[in-house]
Design a protein around this ligand. Structure first.
Ligand code: PBG
Length: 327
């Protein structure tokens, strides 16, 4: 070093593991992790998802076990995605009191009580035969306001099943307000809404669409999900969702949108969640399977980055594994 006195040597604080741990600015806690799970109606054995090694479509039994394991590891929450046996144009299974998501919510509540925050994804794409997030008009457009009625009714069905928090992910305008009103009218004033506020039209949802069997049969989601080029739009969506009563806001995906997470976290006075989506998971798993990445280090690095960007709640398919590692 050619610097004068005093010598500037940031490396001094990196000398030992204990020193590095002492000055670490960012730490992950199991309680802030949320495990996304898929439950499929009518199967007798869990079905592995090819593009998501280690992740399955659960049976009711295997889901109860997974929930118990997550709770045992200290994971904070679980978010349910239902895959019904039969789909139709209007996604009838979404708000059917006996629909698979409602059954799964009740099962998990029976298993883990209040130990895990039981959340439910609230969208129609897993339930419609066309795979779109809402009701589709004759010319193929996802109709906003008729879809809101379906979301409102689905929120009530999920609340009646025992969900602790609903998470609308369809990116319809006004969805948070419609759901909030419906929940309040039905007496569920204490059920919070975690809004997927800034949800991008992302290629990283690819593996999820296999898992949830919810790929659109025609067209794409670009008329309602956000353009990856835009960040201001995310702040606008967040602002509207908060005005409509969102209790938490979410940015999704996570790793390609760390700047958006940071800007949102700097702007709002509510917890910010980030969803490390299926493609982010698959990317690391695939590279690790090829011996191209140190899997465990890469997992921790991605999660730490998401936390550092400002997310205080992280949805990740690695939740249980990571929670165990953090203990
Ligand atoms: C919509 C929904 C999607 C994801 C979560 N909720 C898919 C989509 O918008 O196409 C993606 C999650 C992931 O990729 O892990 N119900």
């Amino acid at each position: 070093m050619t610097a004068g006195f005093p010598e500037l040597r940031p490396r001094r604080l990196r000398g030992t593991r204990a020193l590095r741990a002492m000055v670490a600015e960012t730490a992950l806690r199991p309680a802030e992790l949320v495990l996304p799970v898929f439950i499929k109606e009518g199967i007798t054995e869990p079905v592995p998802i090819g593009s998501m090694p280690g992740v399955v479509q659960h049976t009711r039994d295997s889901l109860r076990k997974a929930a118990a394991e997550a709770a045992g590891a200290g994971v904070g929450g679980i978010i349910v995605f239902g895959v019904p046996a039969a789909k139709d144009e209007r996604g009838s299974a979404a708000d059917d009191p006996d629909g698979i998501s409602q059954v799964a919510i009740a099962d998990i509540r029976a298993e883990t009580g209040d130990d895990l925050v039981v959340m439910a994804d609230l969208c129609l794409c897993e339930y419609t035969d066309h795979g779109h997030c809402g009701l589709v008009t004759a010319d193929g457009y996802v109709d906003n306001d008729t879809t809101l009625e379906r979301y409102a009714s689905t929120a009530i069905a999920q609340a009646q099943a025992g969900v602790h928090m609903v998470a609308p992910s369809g990116m319809m305008d006004g969805q948070v307000g419609a759901i909030r009103k419906a929940l309040d009218r039905a007496g569920f004033t204490n059920i919070p809404v975690c809004a997927y506020s800034a949800k991008y039209a992302s290629a990283f949802y690819g593996p999820f669409r296999e898992a949830a069997e919810g790929a659109p049969k025609f067209g794409d989601r670009a008329t309602h999900q956000q353009d990856p080029a835009n960040a201001l739009e995310a702040l606008k969506e967040v602002e509207l969702d908060l005005a409509e009563g969102a209790d938490m806001v979410m940015v999704k995906p996570a790793l390609s949108y760390l700047d958006v997470i940071r800007r949102v976290a700097d702007t709002v006075l509510v917890p910010v969640a980030a969803y490390q989506v299926s493609g982010e998971f698959a990317m690391v798993e695939a590279a690790a399977a090829n011996g191209w990445l140190d899997r465990d280090k890469a997992i921790m690095e991605t999660l730490t980055a998401i936390r550092r960007a400002g997310a205080s709640v992280i949805l990740t398919y690695w939740a249980t594994e990571v929670a165990r590692r953090l203990r």
